[in-house]
Write a protein that binds this ligand. Structure first.
Ligand code: SAM
Length: 229
């Protein structure tokens, strides 16, 4: 169902805008992808262009401290950790095997000393992270990337707001869901989780957001980008 032109534009533009000499290197990114596939992880990481978008967002907000929900094999984590040599990332993953593959891929990318992968369900691990932030052990976040169980999208945003600096960016992936975002009563958990986060953010004075629809190698979807006031 992926339109060939969407895929071709991704390949063409990424090839020019992230050439051989660019960082993070295509070698470490490809290693993360190939190793994840070999280890049996599902092919649901962000695309190269989406990864670069996250990396550029982290640079825009001059992120020093980044939170990620949903590590998988660490592909997006490597992009985020590469935004600057002093950025720290904490990423939460519920699946033990995913977390182990991610740690290997992240170490291979040379950013292992600045990334912590925490094992457990987001809702259980977030209070631990909150303790670390509130005790000063970890800095407040300038960027949060939410890409885990979609039913908890809003719960993750709500928790992240409290742990964010003013002006921080929060990105929620996969909210458009081939256009089903606009349909009520689908009964689909992913769609319901996406609608809830859109509606809750719209009604919340602490945060201001927008949904951007995307096409590409990963088909028709989109993300919600929001700024903490
Ligand atoms: N961000 C990754 C990337 O782009 O490379 C992709 C993440 S993948 C779409 C979603 C991940 O969230 C899976 O690895 C899954 O095991 C994890 N996950 C699912 N439910 C979770 C939960 N309750 N808490 C934390 N992680 C969860």
């Amino acid at each position: 169902e992926v339109n060939q032109a969407w895929e071709d534009v991704d390949t063409y533009s990424f090839g020019h805008l992230h050439p051989k000499t660019a960082q993070p290197s295509n070698d470490v990114l490809e290693h993360a992808r190939i190793n994840s596939e070999k280890q049996g992880l599902p092919d649901i990481a962000v695309s190269p262009s989406q990864g670069k978008f996250l990396y550029l967002q982290a640079k825009l907000v001059k992120a020093k401290s980044i939170l990620e929900l949903g590590t998988l094999g660490g592909y997006s984590t490597i992009w985020l950790a590469s935004a600057s040599p002093d950025v720290k990332v904490v990423s939460v993953e519920v699946d033990k095997h995913h977390a182990q593959v991610a740690r290997d891929n992240i170490a291979n990318a040379g950013v292992g000393d600045r990334v912590e992968v925490k094992l457990g369900p987001g809702l259980e691990v977030l209070p631990q992270i909150a303790d670390e932030v509130n005790s000063g052990k970890r800095g407040k976040f300038q960027l949060t990337f939410i890409d885990a169980d979609k039913t908890n999208n809003w719960n993750y945003v709500d928790a992240a707001i409290a742990l964010s600096e003013p002006g921080a960016v929060i990105i929620v992936d996969n909210v458009v869901r081939r256009g089903r975002l606009a349909q009520s009563g689908t009964g689909d958990q992913g769609v319901e989780g996406a609608r809830k986060v859109v509606e809750k953010i719209g009604a919340d004075d602490r945060i201001d957001g927008v949904v951007i629809q995307t096409v590409g190698g990963k088909s028709y979807d989109g993300f919600l980008l929001a700024i903490v006031k």
